[in-house]
Design a protein around this ligand. Sequence first.
Ligand code: FPP
Length: 235
Amino acid sequence: MALEQSALIPAHVGIIMDGNGRWATQRGLPRSEGHRQGLETAKKIVLAASRVGIRYLSLYAFSTENWKRTSDEVGFLMGLIKHHLRSELDFYKRNGIRIVHSGDPTGLPQDIVRDIRDVETATAHFDGLVLNMAINYGGRDEIVRAVRRIAQGPNPGALDAAAIAAALDRPDIPDPDLIIRTGGEYRLSNFLLWESAYSELFFSDALWPDFSSLDLEGAIADFSRRERRFGGHNE
Ligand code: FPP
C-alpha cells in the first residue's frame, strides 16, 4: 500500500531496530549475520525515510546497556559501525544526508569517535534528511549528562525543563513525532526518554532485518490517523 498523498508525514521518526539476533538464529546463522543484515535494512530505511519526506531519523544503533553483551558481539557491532562510517560516506553524500551523533562519546573507542566526527563534518552542509545515529546512547545517561552540563555551566541554578532540553545531545532536532520499535517487544529500552514525552509509538512484529519501506509507510499511515493532543484537548 503506497502512502496516500494526504498522509501526515512525521518530521522526526526514531527507530528501535530490534530483532537482528532472532532473525539470524531462526536461520541457523550467528547473531553477527543478523546485525550485518540489520545494517543493510537501516540503509534501505534511511533512503525510504528521505523519499517520503521525513526530516529527521534517529536510529538506535548501540545503547549504553549493549556493553553487557558478549565481548565478541560488542566487538562485532563496533567493527560494523566503524566500517560503515568509513565505507558509506559516499552513500550519505550521494543522497544529501547529514549525519549527527547522540550518545556519550567518552565511553566509545577513540577511533570510532574520530570517524563519527569526520562524517559529521563531511556531511554538515547537506540539507536533506538528518540521520541521528544513537551510539553509546541511553536516555537516562543523556539526561544525567545534560544536568551535569548545566551544573558545571555559568548558570547552575537555572534548572528547568527548557534548560535541560537545551542541554541534551541534539537540541537542534525537534522531539520525535513517532517512535517505531520492531521485533515484537513493547518498550522504549532507554531510547529518547526525555524527547519521547509526547511521541506516538508504533510496534511492529517484523524482525528488523525484515522491516521494509512498506512497513515504514504503514507506520506513517497509522501515525497519520492518530489524534495528538499533547495533554490538551481539541474542542
Ligand atoms: C537489536 O537487535 C539490535 C542492535 C543492538 C544493534 C542494531 C545495529 C544495527 C542494525 C547496525 C548499526 C546501524 C547503523 C545505522 C550504524 P538484537 O540483537 O537485540 O536482536 P534480538 O532481540 O533478536 O536478540
